[in-house]
Design a protein around this ligand. Sequence first.
Ligand SMILES: NC(=O)C1=CN([C@@H]2O[C@H](COP(=O)(O)OP(=O)(O)OC[C@H]3O[C@@H](n4cnc5c(N)ncnc54)[C@H](O)[C@@H]3O)[C@@H](O)[C@H]2O)C=CC1
Ligand SMILES: O=C([O-])CC(=O)C(=O)O
Length: 347
Amino acid sequence: MRLFVIRSLESAIRRGGASASSCRRFSSDSGPERKVAILGAAGGIGQPLALLMKLNPLVSTLALYDIAGTPGVAADVSHINTRAEVAGYAGEEQLGKALEGSDVVVIPAGVPRKPGMTRDDLFNINAGIVKSLCTAISKYCPNAVVNMISNPVNSTVPIASEVFKKAGTYDERKLFGVTTLDVVRAKTFYAGKAKVPVAGVNVPVVGGHAGITILPLFSQATPASNDLSDEDIKALTKRTQEGGTEVVEAKAGKGSATLSMAYAGAIFADACLKGLNGVPDVVECSFVQSSITELPFFASKVRLGKNGVEEVLGLGSLSDYEEEGLEKLKPELKASIEKGIKFAREN
Ligand SMILES: NC(=O)C1=CN([C@@H]2O[C@H](COP(=O)(O)OP(=O)(O)OC[C@H]3O[C@@H](n4cnc5c(N)ncnc54)[C@H](O)[C@@H]3O)[C@@H](O)[C@H]2O)C=CC1
Ligand SMILES: O=C([O-])CC(=O)C(=O)O
C-alpha cells in the first residue's frame, strides 16, 4: 500500500509511453468511478496532495477547491496523463459544484502554525472554516467520506461531527481525522534507530494529533527490535510527538509540514478509496468516533470498508510506559474534544 505512489508513477509512465491513446480514460484496471474533492487545494498541503491524487488510478474525478488560486493549480495538474479528470473551483459560490457527487472529501483548508504556536492556537480561525465547509458537505455530498487534515484535528473532527448531526447527515463511519503523518514519522524514526529497512516497518499511533496526545506504540512496532533501550523508546516517542514542531521550527515562519503531510494525506485517501471499492483488510490509524476508551473520539487502528469505518480496532497490549502515556493524554484530548463540540453547538 505504501508503494502506491511509486506504482502509480510507474503505471502513469507506462501509459504515457505506450501510445497516443494514453490521453483516454483508463478505468478497466482502476475500479469504479470515484470523485475526490480537496478543500484548500491551492495551499501548501493542497497542491502536492492534488498532484498525488492525480497520480492515484482509483480517482476518476478530482475537484480542487479553494477560496482563490485553484484554476491555476487545476490547469497545471490536469495536464498529467493519468485517469482523473481535474477541475478547479474558486470561491464560495463554486463550493457546491466542487462537492457534488464526491465520494471522498479531503480538507486541508485553514491556517498553519508558526514557531511558538500550539495547534490549539489555530482554533479561532480554523474552527469557523471547518464549520462552514462541513455545512456545505452536509448539503452537497452528505454521503461522502471526510478526511479532516485541518488543525487542531482533536477539535476540528468533533466540530465536523456536530455540524453533521445538526444537519441530520452524521454517519460516524465516514468522519476521519487524518493522523497518518504521525504514523509516517513513527515509522521513519523507528527504522532509523532500529536500523531496519523502513519499507517493512509498521508502528501504530493512537490517541490524538497534538503533542502528548500523539501516542506511538513502539512496543507493537514490527519488525520488533531488541536493540532499543527504554531511553531510545522515550526519545523516539518524544520525537514523534514533536515531529510537527520540528518542521514548524525548521520552516521558521513559513508554515508547517506540507510535503510529508501531502504524502500522508494521499496514503489515507487511497486507503479510504480502497475500502469503498471493497478491497479487504485495509487498516490505517485514524482519529474517529470511538468507544475503545472513555473518550468519544480517539485515534487507533481502524478497518476501512464500503461504508467507511468497518471496525475500530482495540489498542492491543501496551507497555507500562505507553499505559502511562495513555492516562496522561486523556485530560488534554478530552478538553480539545469538548472545546470543538462547544464551539459547534454555540456558533
Ligand atoms: N493533520 C495533520 O497531520 C496536519 C495538519 N496540518 C494542517 O493543515 C492545514 C493547512 O496547512 P497548509 O496547507 O500548510 O496551509 P496553507 O496556508 O498553505 O494552505 C491552506 C489553504 O486553505 C485555504 N483556505 C482558507 N480558508 C478556506 C476556506 N474557507 N475554504 C477553502 N479553502 C480555504 C487557503 O486559501 C490556503 O490555500 C493547517 O491547519 C495545518 O495546521 C498540517 C500538517 C499536518
Ligand atoms: O505541526 C503542525 O502544526 C502541523 C501538523 O499537524 C503536523 O505536522 O503534524
